[in-house]
Design a protein around this ligand. Structure first.
Ligand SMILES: NC(=O)c1ccc[n+]([C@@H]2O[C@H](COP(=O)([O-])OP(=O)(O)OC[C@H]3O[C@@H](n4cnc5c(N)ncnc54)[C@H](OP(=O)(O)O)[C@@H]3O)[C@@H](O)[C@H]2O)c1
Length: 225
């Protein structure tokens, strides 16, 4: 069995998770950041794409609420995460996994191991990136039962396209950007009947934001499980 997958991010009312220059800190209000840290504390692992590491340099630890740090995971086919990245800094209880493919040079893998990271070499997807179903299976094999995905857009879209998301917790902030990075990219939906449906939605006012916390259902049923 793969771990359960929750995707969580903050977006503007017009569906952007960053400006066109990639700036996203902070779209949500302080109360919503507390919610984000509570989610971290309640999952075994947290995953981001390497684009988020390169842009935001997140620590992915639990700081604003009491709780244990999750295992930190980066989807990073070619191992572009800098050795100085905050996500590789020591101190997090469960350490850091870099999920790479055959594109990652062995020398880079050795360097990452030397600073304490676990390097998981996984099969490639059809797009030449980390195969996300394989990543989830590998994490399941490491005892991870629940995964929180914190973005960015590329990873969120890849997981939704692969039907691997069980729960979506989206913070909607009362801001409008116009242009910017879309939270969710092309899922191949051409007809409304093909849209992903959000069910059992809890609507949580959070400061000036609203959080929509839902189960994800896919057209024609089924999932990536
Ligand atoms: N508002 C929010 O809540 C929030 C949260 C997070 C990030 N952000 C913003 O989002 C932006 C970054 O988004 P992004 O789309 O550029 O980066 P991303 O989703 O964090 O990372 C995308 C990269 O992950 C790697 N990857 C490996 N396997 C993948 C797979 N199967 N599917 C998709 N990606 C895979 C790819 O690089 P390789 O091919 O090199 O592996 C890909 O380019 C930043 O501006 C950041 O500030 C906002």
């Amino acid at each position: 069995m793969r771990p359960t997958v929750t995707v969580s991010y903050a977006q503007t009312l017009d569906g952007r998770l960053a400006t066109s220059s990639g700036s996203s800190q902070w779209i949500s209000c302080p109360a919503s950041l507390l919610f984000a840290h509570e989610l971290r504390a309640s999952h075994d692992a947290v995953i981001v794409g390497v684009g988020t590491v390169l842009k935001d340099d997140p620590r992915l630890t639990v700081r604003r609420v009491p709780g244990e740090d999750p295992l930190r995971v980066v989807a990073d086919s070619a191992l572009r995460t800098p050795l100085t990245a905050a996500v590789l800094a020591g101190g997090a209880a469960r350490g850091t996994v870099l999920a790479v493919t055959g594109r990652a040079p062995e020398r880079r893998c050795e360097e990452a191991r030397s600073v304490g990271a676990t390097v998981l070499r996984l099969p490639e997807s059809a797009e030449g990136r980390v195969d996300l179903a394989s990543l989830l299976r590998a994490l399941g094999g490491m005892g991870v039962a629940s995964v929180l995905v914190e973005g960015g857009a590329g990873l969120i879209t890849g997981l939704l396209r692969a039907r691997l998301v069980d729960r979506l917790a989206v913070c909607v902030a009362p801001k409008i950007l116009g242009s910017g990075i879309e939270a969710v990219g092309d899922l191949g939906v051409r007809e409304l009947s093909e849209s992903l449906r959000l069910t059992e939605t809890a609507v949580l006012p959070c400061g000036v934001d609203v959080i929509l916390d839902s189960r994800v259902e896919y057209p024609n049923g089924g999932s990536g499980n």
